[in-house]
Design a protein around this ligand. Structure first.
Ligand code: SF4
Length: 230
């Protein structure tokens, strides 16, 4: 059964927004002020919600991972990792809603490019923050188990068309989400994916594909190329 969740507007980290904008050291005062003001305005534009469905892993064919109920995802890299260390996966969708991107589009139409960039970066950070919140909620309701980072269609060898299986499984209309024919999500600031769940030692010891991945824009990349890891 799918669980629908309203995700409270957990705080968006200012430093991470600055990193998304390319600032890794001290912020110029004008940028600092612009981020502070945009963060304040964004509070009323973010309405995070998610839905997930827990499924047992039935088998791995060598190409596709098959879940109970007949859902399958074709990815050798993620499938071979998950089948080694997890018993089940949480298939999820989440979004921060339409309001922030409507405001981004309006700022863009008005030619206010700096404000557009800052608000767009806040939206990206907000949806990742919501994904972390969802991860912790699922972890807490499965005591004694470890949860992997999320993997999304488009990651590694998992084709973007894999979004279709996720949208078929979950009732995206409850979140106001849609998938276009070219597999883009509406609203844009949304995530579809899976978390793996398994025994703590198996998950922490299995070699996660993120360690060998070169896609530096993925939030998981930084996690596994710093000393923090799980
Ligand atoms: S770091 Fe690479 S392997 Fe890991 S989730 Fe991101 S894209 Fe996928």
């Amino acid at each position: 059964m799918s669980e629908l969740l309203s995700i409270p507007n957990v705080e968006v980290d200012k430093q991470r927004v600055a990193c998304r904008l390319g600032y890794t050291s001290a912020l110029p005062s004008a940028v600092n002020k612009a981020i502070d003001e945009a963060l304040d305005k964004a509070k009323d534009l973010i309405s995070s919600r998610g839905i997930y469905n827990l499924k047992k892993i039935a088998s791995f064919s060598g190409e596709s991972i098959l879940l109970e109920g007949g859902v399958s995802f074709t990815t050798v890299k993620i499938g071979s990792y998950l089948v080694k260390c997890c018993d089940r996966v949480a298939v999820f969708l989440l979004t921060i809603g339409h309001d922030l991107e409507k405001k981004v589009d309006k700022l863009m139409a008005e030619g206010d490019f700096p404000a557009t960039l800052v608000l767009d970066a806040i939206g990206s950070e907000a949806v990742d923050t919501a994904a972390n919140y969802l991860k912790e909620l699922i972890r807490k309701s499965h005591e004694g188990m470890e949860i992997t980072p999320y993997f999304s269609p488009g990651c590694g060898d998992w084709k973007l068309s894999g979004q279709g299986s996720i949208f078929n499984l979950l009732d995206s209309s409850k979140l106001g989400m849609e998938l276009t024919e070219s597999y883009m999500m509406i609203p844009r600031k949304s995530i579809s994916g899976i978390f793996g769940l398994g025994k703590v030692d198996r998950v922490t010891e299995a070699p996660i594909p993120c360690k060998f991945c070169s896609y530096k824009n993925c939030p998981n990349w930084a996690l596994f190329h710093s000393k923090k890891g799980f």
